[in-house]
Every structure is written in structure tokens, then in C-alpha cells.
Design a protein around this ligand. Structure first.
Ligand code: PRP
Length: 222
């Protein structure tokens, strides 16, 4: 129960934000929605920032770790990319599409790529589950090459035939003479909630979600 929780800051809604450019924009959205936390701008080594008046506390974590903090209840709320949610399928509630960090999960490769159905397709990716799901839905046998970054190198060096990766502006592909071949799914940042917190801090979480939704709708209208 929320009252007996031994982690996070009791009585506040604990929010995990993704470090980096997306996180800065996400925090600005929380601030505009009335959930600012002035101490977050202080230059120090603090890791948790609290604003008891607004009822929230924030901490920054690696973007790919947000869902883990939320799933295990170390954070009540968090903001994670749909790519991470699809890949790791954490047991969380997805409350809201924040409409930020928009990009798409794509199959990419040489622009003139032609699949050879006589052998498994070699697919390099940071997202093996998304890649497997995509190709099993079309009964195409694949050989997954699981990399942790610089995925575009794989087809350039003959390590893979294609890649499954995030495309935002398309610049990385273009500059490496690769092209998006197929869009698998559109991606954006999502507000997610711990399932227990959602029950026991429901009023607070619902208020934050509604305030954020109002801001995202206003921004989409502008
Ligand atoms: C991501 C993705 C692509 C790039 C796409 O990489 O993996 O490499 O961004 O962006 P673009 O379409 O705007 O060029 P990231 O910066 O996360 O680094 P990574 O190489 O570690 O995956």
C-alpha cells in the first residue's frame, strides 16, 4: 500500500524523468502543467528533487531504465518512449501520449536492398523483440544480431542485411547511404504509472495526468 511503501518519498508522487534532451522538454511540460520543482535547476549533485507544495518529487534516470523504476514501484510515474515499452513489455499502466520525442521504428538498409528469401535475413538491432515480432508476423525467418548502439554500421560493414532502429530526422541513414525501407510503428513519449501507485495515489496521479493532457492538447492546437 502507498502508505506503507518504504521507497521513494512518502506522500509525494515520485516521478522518473529520462535524462537528456527529451527529458528537459518533458520536465518543462510538467512545469507548465503546474508541477514545477525549482530546486531541479540548482547546480549540485543531488539526485532527488522535491516540491512538497506541488506534491511531487523528481529524479533523472537513463531513458531505457525509466520503465524499470516504474514497474518496481521506485517511481510512481515516469516518462518512457513507446519503443522501450514495446521492447520490454513492462507491467505498468500507459496513461498518456505526451506527443513529444516523435520518431518511428523502421527497417532500414541500402536503398536498393532486395531480400533473398532462400536464407534467413540478418537483422541488426537494439530492439530484438520488436524485430522478432515484426518478422514473425510475416513468417520471415531472421537471424538477430543484437547490438547496443551505432546500429547503422552493421549493414555498411556486411554484419547484417538490414537494421531495425529508430529514425527521427533520417539524417543518420542519409549520411551513411542507407534508407528507411519500412515503418514498423510510430514512437513517442508516454506517461506511465506503477500499477499499485495508480490505485493508492489515484487522485494525485489523475490530476497530474489531466494537467499534462491539457498542456499537450494546447500545444497540438498551436
Ligand atoms: C538513434 C538511432 C539512430 C539515430 C536516428 O541513435 O539509433 O542512430 O538516433 O536519428 P536521426 O534519424 O535523426 O538521424 P542514438 O542517438 O540513440 O545513438 P545510438 O547510436 O547509441 O543508438
Amino acid at each position: 500500500m502507498a502508505g506503507s511503501k518504504q521507497w521513494g518519498v512518502p506522500d509525494l508522487v515520485n516521478i522518473a524523468l529520462p535524462k537528456g534532451r527529451l527529458g528537459e522538454g518533458v520536465y518543462a511540460l510538467f512545469e507548465q502543467a503546474g508541477y514545477g520543482c525549482p530546486s531541479i535547476h540548482e547546480k549540485n549533485r543531488k539526485l532527488i528533487f522535491e516540491n512538497p507544495e506541488a506534491g511531487v518529487s523528481y529524479f533523472w534516470v537513463k531513458p531505457s531504465d525509466v520503465a524499470i523504476y516504474v514497474e518496481r514501484g521506485a517511481a510512481d510515474l515516469g516518462v518512457a518512449g513507446k519503443d522501450i515499452l514495446l521492447e520490454y513489455q513492462p507491467d505498468i499502466y500507459e496513461l498518456l501520449d505526451l506527443g513529444m520525442g516523435r520518431c518511428r521504428m523502421c527497417v532500414a538498409g541500402p536503398a536498393d536492398f532486395e531480400d533473398d528469401p532462400s536464407r534467413p535475413l540478418r537483422v541488426a538491432t537494439k530492439f530484438p523483440n520488436i524485430a522478432r515480432g515484426h518478422y514473425s508476423s510475416r513468417s520471415r525467418e531472421i537471424d538477430i544480431i543484437h547490438l547496443n548502439g551505432s546500429i547503422e554500421l552493421a549493414p555498411l560493414l556486411g554484419l547484417s542485411d538490414v537494421i531495425v532502429d529508430i529514425v527521427e530526422t533520417g539524417k543518420t541513414l542519409l549520411e551513411n547511404h542507407l534508407a528507411p525501407l519500412e515503418t514498423i510503428v510510430p514512437i513517442s513519449a508516454r506517461l506511465i504509472a506503477n500499477q499499485v501507485s495508480y490505485k493508492f495515489k489515484n487522485a494525485e496521479i489523475a490530476a497530474i495526468s489531466a494537467a499534462l493532457e491539457k498542456r499537450t492538447v494546447q500545444e497540438a492546437d498551436q
